[in-house]
Design a protein around this ligand. Sequence first.
Ligand SMILES: [Zn+2]
Ligand SMILES: [Zn+2]
Length: 319
Amino acid sequence: MTDPVFRNRCSFFKHALGPKRVRPVPFTVAQLPPIDLIILSHNHTDHLDRTALCDIAKLNPKVKFYVPLRMKKWLVKNVKHATPEQFIDMDWWQEIEHVPFEKQNIVSTNNRLPTHVSGSLKVTFLPSQHWSVRNTINDWNHQLWGGFGLCYTPHLMTQQSRTIYFAGDTGYNNTMFKKIYERFAEPNGGIDVAFIPIGAYGPRWFSASQHADPMEAVQIAVDIGAKHSCGMHWGTFLVSTEPVLEPVEKLHQALQLMQLDYHQQPNEKESNGDDFFITVAHGQTKTCTHKPKKSHVDVLHGKDKDQNTSVILQMEKEK
Ligand SMILES: [Zn+2]
Ligand SMILES: [Zn+2]
């Protein structure tokens, strides 16, 4: 699970201050299936909800928290029901092998944990272009921030490895994501599914260095060579100046320009998709079951890449 936030407001304060949710939480902590691990990207209030972490730790006594460097001390002090050994803080590019699922003796309480899961999971902490602050003016950038790669390798050699990338909060630059691509490229098979932020980009004079806009989010998906991407960090808390649904509209425009697929079925609870870059409604489930169409692979790794990249940069200039 990534950056679990269940509060109605994201704020330094306990109750009435700070941006309010524009959509309700689709489920409670108690309704979640058993959780193996939590990855935390950074300590901003729209990503780190102390109460949610306490509730999750209480219901999942074996849950592990993979967190940025120097966040552990704060968590040990503030998260009840967890021991210090459950928090693992990591530096950029550091890799840690997560204890295989079956060795944790997890008992499913609601039959939603797949019984066939076995294998190993490598957790890699990755850089992002962002910053951190929690409570006071003197803890700016005291704790690290970043994204994660999760590479699952099944025990059966006949099954393929799978890699998920979670970007956290990030601005765009044209070097960092190419290094992330290299980290997960062959022989590891590349990134299968990426979660990339598309919101909180306005105004650009303030946000460009710390939050990618939808155009840059598509560029991130291209740079990291993700087979499928899902837009996140929009439509929940209004922490910036763009209209609440604009990130999805702009994502659609960027993908049309790049001649890549966009697909959203807000009224459909479950659907299969072979889409390049999607968004999902709150509480919606989408399943990636197909390999990307050949055109996607051509765009990402073939000769068309430069052509499409120049289109995107041209549109950026015109803006
Ligand atoms: Zn942030
Ligand atoms: Zn954020």
